[in-house]
Design a protein around this ligand. Structure first.
Ligand code: BTN
Length: 248
């Protein structure tokens, strides 16, 4: 897709050179009456945010975009949306990947190449029945000091791609997976996620707000929680946390 090619139907682009956070801009625009389908794209962010309150370094050349989506149904649906978005992003990146490079997903929605993170997604609510899906992809550079090893498309041998072109590919995939999810429910999304999921069946370390757990990543539940067989005995369903894999 060239930089000028239009976005899929239903998406409306607001492109900015620089903003505090595309998630914040999308939320502000939603509060001012913007409709689902709004997409905010920025060349740089001055206060990019990651999950669990972490900063998201946002230099020129990488993708920073947020999509405003309407959520019908129970609030649990927004957790499922996190899998929909992760899957769409992994699919879009896989289409541009050089031979032999595999895209995997780290629960719930980080995109990995090998064991290193190349993209992350941050879902935030934007008032009643709307969610902002913020996506950051390391296209040309990746941060060094991170809790989890990071990489970039450039480092992994991908052909050069602009943030705008990658956004188009991502929104096409997102559009497809959103339809699938809305029409057929979460089961197929979950199955596709599990096919790309990294660490299923393996021993992981799970960092929660107030504790760390060690155990075996048994499955993703029909609702999207991580099912963990604890080393210390027993089984837990985890709704939110950071997964770490032991060294190979
Ligand atoms: C993560 O911690 O993995 C989530 C990272 C999400 C970063 C993106 S960049 C675009 C959007 N705006 C933000 O401030 N954060 C998200």
């Amino acid at each position: 897709m060239s930089a000028e090619e239009p976005l899929p139907d239903g998406f409306v682009l607001r492109a900015l050179d620089r903003v505090d956070s595309t998630n914040d801009e999308a939320r502000r625009m939603a509060e001012a009456g913007a409709q689902p389908g709004l997409v905010v794209l920025a060349g740089q962010q001055t206060s990019g945010r990651g999950r669990h309150g972490r900063a998201w370094a946002s230099p020129l050349g990488n993708l920073y975009a947020s999509v405003l989506l309407g959520i019908e149904g129970p609030i649990a649906a927004s957790a499922q949306l996190s899998f929909v978005a992760g899957l769409a992003l992994a699919d879009a990146l896989a289409r541009h990947a050089p031979a032999g490079v595999e895209l995997r997903l780290k629960w719930p929605n980080d995109v990995l190449i090998g064991r290193a993170k190349v993209a992350g997604i941050l879902l935030e609510s934007a008032g009643f029945a709307s969610v902002v899906v913020g996506t950051g992809v390391n296209i040309v550079s990746s941060p060094r000091e991170t809790p989890y090893p990071a990489t970039s498309l450039a480092e992994q041998g991908f052909a050069a791609i602009t943030p705008r072109a990658l956004l188009g590919a991502y929104l096409r995939a997102l559009d497809g997976w959103l339809r699938q999810w809305r029409e057929a429910g979460f089961a197929e999304v979950r199955a596709a996620w599990c096919a790309r999921g990294f660490g299923l069946g393996e021993r992981i370390r799970l960092r929660l707000d107030r504790e760390e757990l060690l155990g075996r990543f048994v499955d993703v539940t029909p609702g999207g929680a991580l099912l963990l067989d604890l080393d210390s005995g027993g089984r837990r369903e985890i709704a939110a946390g950071d997964v770490f894999y032991p060294d190979p």
